[in-house]
Design a protein around this ligand. Sequence first.
Ligand SMILES: [Zn+2]
Length: 63
Amino acid sequence: MALEFRCADVGVACGKVSRAESEEELVAAVAAHAKAKHGVELNDTLIDYARTKVRSSGQATSE
Ligand SMILES: [Zn+2]
């Protein structure tokens, strides 16, 4: 089951949708993107916040 994270969901004006098969991978991908594109180093607080915005892309389409 794929997971996804959208920068727009945390109020960032960015169309990036990060996807991964596990939360750990997704957090790593989001952290790399945030640093490269937004110049933001994710700390524990930001990572916890980002986790609350993670969606399951599978669920979204099936119901
Ligand atoms: Zn972004």
